[in-house]
Design a protein around this ligand. Sequence first.
Ligand code: CTP
Length: 408
Amino acid sequence: MTTPIDAAATPRLNVVVGVTGGIAAYKAVGVIRELVLLGHDVHVIATEAALRFVGAPTLEAISRNPLNVDLYEGVAEVRHVALGQRADLVVVAPATADFLARTATGIASDLLGNTVLATTAPLVVAPAMHTEMWANPATVANVETLRSRGVTVVGPASGRLTGTDSGPGRMSEPEDIVRAALATLRPRDLAGRRIVVTAGGTREPLDPVRFIGNRSSGRQGVALAEAARDRGADVTLIAAHLEVALPSGVASVEVGTALELAAAVARHSAEADVVIMAAAVADYRPERTADEKIKKDGSGTALTLTLVENPDILKSLAHGELGPRPDGQIVIGFAAETEGDPARFLEIARAKAARKGADFLVVNRVGWTTGFATSDNEIRVLDRAGSIVSDAAGDKVSVAHRILDLLS
Ligand code: CTP
């Protein structure tokens, strides 16, 4: 599962969606719908071949705009270039091998080809074809050419294809295509910055089958890693037991326990411009981990576990105890609190900000139903002195961008 798309952070855009002739054309409806629901003005250009796979009324109804197909319609308004010139973004999904080949060589034999040549907007293509066609040297070279010209290629994913075969060639999911497309418009204000993000929750083993853990899903940390990646940063994600997939385009390091997380942070923070500690770290671990499964003795007496304290990674990092911090390094901590009284909540958060010594502390309230496995979050950001420097509410992607805004 991926994080939801950030609706609030993008203004209304004029988006051209090109649909070319492949079986995945039915999934283009999902791309159009997603963009329309996000409030964008979507103009669809279908090739003649696309209309063999998906109906014009469907494309018109979903896009809420007239469908564009014929190069010789709307000649008086010079439509063959006007659509491209007006566009803020051009997304072609699915993009067939034929479309990729024509675009790589600049052939403008239909309305979509003309539009793609006439636009200066970012071009995003989502290829879909059989594995053999995708792997063919001609397609490989065409994709390479397009990439070298700045075209964003999303996917293809690997999986079941039209027939009984499977492999790389499936069009990416509409939500992923839309997210990647909108990301091309984001400011790349973190380009060249090295950012380490920790995410998820550590697990401290009691025996080979049991552990002490927590309910962190890793969603907020992953959203931060993806948002930083989309803004051009060079991201390392230190992931502890995520409930969501590792994101693409970031270097991931998987860890299990707090001690493993501490070692990974010590190693990767040494070169980082920014370290964001979004992981929920177990404060204690069992004093010893049994080699065999712990058995109950049946006597009815309570079992006593001895726990020892884990290092406070954030505090040690902020105080330079994990190693020398690079000049200007920014450390951001998180605090999840269950306190319901707003004044007391702030008091606890301020005390924690002072104790941890991080440059910023992002605080949110969590409980049995809020904060953890949900896709929404509500946060406040305190500086070391305890002043509120930012706040945000909404999906975890919007919240992630608001946190990253502190860096720029
Ligand atoms: N943290 C850490 N190492 C620990 C515990 C927490 O680095 N052993 C980090 C978390 O990644 C988070 C921040 O410290 O960024 C705050 O975590 P939280 O669990 O809220 O704080 P605690 O230190 O556990 O404080 P308390 O027990 O008072 O809530």
